[in-house]
Ligand binder design. Structure first.
Ligand code: F0G
Length: 379
């Protein structure tokens, strides 16, 4: 029998670096261990030499990075005997919550903005058997309601304000360091609630720390006394760069945005829950926040699909759009090592992708002659 070790998910893989003990019953769908792909074709079109890798988180079990956090959040919810979980969502959290709740045999309640989530995500919540509550409001309204309800009812919140979510999500940074042999110089992420940028920073910080002094002030879990010191990249951490869609850019405006708008519905968020932590990440890492408009986002999504064969959802593409902008403006030095997180799969939002596709769809009679000429005409 083949003795290659079976991959059984990120909790098993990083047990010693997560708040888990031997008795904890792990709820997993084999999340994590996603590919880190060097985008050589796009790199070769740039005037400057930089190495760009994308971490393709769309290849997680439900198609987004949320699974990293959800395996931890649901595992810990089960450990404390929860019978139900709840979240507000722009779509991916609800898809993930539905799947992990199904796996654990508990109920998921998901609050989503009416008409503003991509089809693929809605269907995932529905088939997973979640109770889908569509609200006539946006994500921020949903988040407020979830907090109020959880105060009164026996449900565990699994949005990223649940500190176990970020503990799971920090493992993406571990995987990147293991694969590259060191942290990148710059790490680009789309920012909505700002949980994921915070989680990556926690992960990088644990790898950089060599003693148990405060690792990062941005960790709600250890509260300044981290026991998950790794020291595999002593002292070295990337600059964290967070990109937001222009119509939903509270970090760039410097204050909350009441009516966020963008085609990248996953990050259509005006009141980020991890506001304070993200500013700490910005300060500690020496990175920055910036914005792209919807056109730039869609152009980057198309470029990734056409030039590299990588299909991500619009919100994810903003990280590459940001890199292209910063390389062009001279913010990124020659020979830098850059990682972009592609947070969700393109199949989540087929409608947006089909609308901007320019690929020819040729209709012909089912004869050899017609098919042959369709091929020759399009060579
Ligand atoms: N990219 C995608 C595809 C997302 O779904 C989200 C967030 C983000 C980026 C932003 O991550 O919030 O940690 O800064 N989606 C949440 C949801 C809000 O409900 O699925 P963040």
């Amino acid at each position: 029998m083949n003795s290659r070790k079976r991959y059984t998910g990120l909790i098993d893989n990083y047990r010693h670096r997560l708040p888990i003990n031997n008795k904890t019953k792990v709820i997993s769908l084999g999340e994590g261990n996603t590919p880190l792909i060097k985008i050589r074709n796009i790199m070769s079109t740039l005037d400057k030499h930089v190495d760009i890798y994308v971490k393709y988180e769309g290849l997680n079990p439900t198609g987004s990075f949320k699974d990293r956090g959800m395996t931890m959040a649901v595992t810990k919810a089960i450990e404390s005997d929860a019978k139900a979980i709840i979240c507000a969502s722009t779509g991916n959290t609800s898809a993930s919550a539905a799947a992990y709740a199904a796996r654990a045999g508990i109920t998921a309640f998901v609050l989503i903005p009416d008409g503003k989530i991509a089809q693929g995500k809605l269907v995932q919540a529905m088939v997973g058997g979640a109770v889908v509550i569509q609200i006539k409001g946006n994500f921020d309204d949903g988040m407020r309601l979830v907090k109020e309800v959880a105060d009164k009812a026996p449900v565990t919140i699994v949005n990223s304000i649940n500190p176990f979510r970020l503990q799971g999500q920090k493992t993406a940074a571990f995987e990147i360091i293991e694969e590259l042999g060191k942290p990148p110089d710059f790490h680009y992420l789309p920012v909505g609630n700002a949980g994921n940028i915070t989680a990556h920073w926690i992960g990088y910080s644990e790898c950089a720390a060599t003693d148990s002094k405060q690792v990062t002030k941005a960790c709600a879990y250890c509260k300044g006394d981290c026991s998950y010191i790794d020291g595999s990249s002593p002292g070295v951490r990337p600059k964290m760069v967070g990109y937001q869609a222009s119509g939903s850019a509270p970090f760039i405006r410097g204050n909350m945005v009441d009516k966020p708008e963008t085609i990248a519905t996953a990050i259509r968020i005006g009141h980020p829950q991890s506001w304070d932590y993200a500013w700490i990440v910005d300060e500690e890492s020496g990175g920055w926040f910036d914005e792209c408009n919807d056109e730039e986002i869609l152009a980057a999504q198309k470029m990734l699909a056409e030039r590299e064969g990588i299909f991500c959802e619009p919100a994810s593409a903003i990280s590459l759009a940001g890199v292209l902008k910063d390389v062009e403006s001279g913010k990124i030095p020659e020979n830098s090592l850059i990682v972009c997180t592609l947070t969700g799969h393109g199949l989540k939002d087929p409608d947006t992708a089909i609308k901007q596709s320019t690929a020819p769809v040729v209709q012909v009679e089912a004869t050899l002659e017609k098919v042959k000429s369709a091929i020759l005409d399009n060579m």
